[in-house]
Design a protein. Structure first.
Length: 117
């Protein structure tokens, strides 16, 4: 096992802030009336937000042409990443998935894998 990965893993295990964010997301989306959406609804929204993130990244690429007359209508990459994160959190809440625990479990597996460079 890579010691650097293990150290990073041990450090993240001490932090529970993702749980706090997930609970906050659950509460705020209930207040906003988005808690009645199904997992399928959330997945469609997540796909939409990922598309908006792709568009924001494309907007930032100078080698890809865009409609500069509408540039002010596009959201920032940071804003779109946050939207993806919020919808992912809400999807986890609908499916009763603790994202922190799922992340930790997956990283336990990943640390044991051999990655080719």
């Amino acid at each position: 096992m890579n010691n650097k990965q293990k150290k990073l893993f041990d450090e993240i295990c001490k932090s529970q802030s993702l749980n706090d964010i997930q609970k906050y997301t659950e509460n705020i989306l209930e207040i906003r009336g988005f808690n009645i959406q199904s997992a399928q609804d959330k997945m469609l929204l997540l796909t939409e937000e990922i598309g908006e993130l792709a568009k924001a990244i494309r907007k930032a690429e100078t080698r890809i042409s865009i409609d500069y007359d509408k540039i002010e209508n596009y959201s920032s990459i940071e804003s779109e990443v946050a939207d993806v994160f919020i919808v992912l959190m809400s999807l986890c809440n609908v499916l009763n998935i603790n994202l922190y625990n799922s992340f930790i479990d997956k990283e336990k597996e990943n640390i044991e894998r051999v990655w080719k460079k």
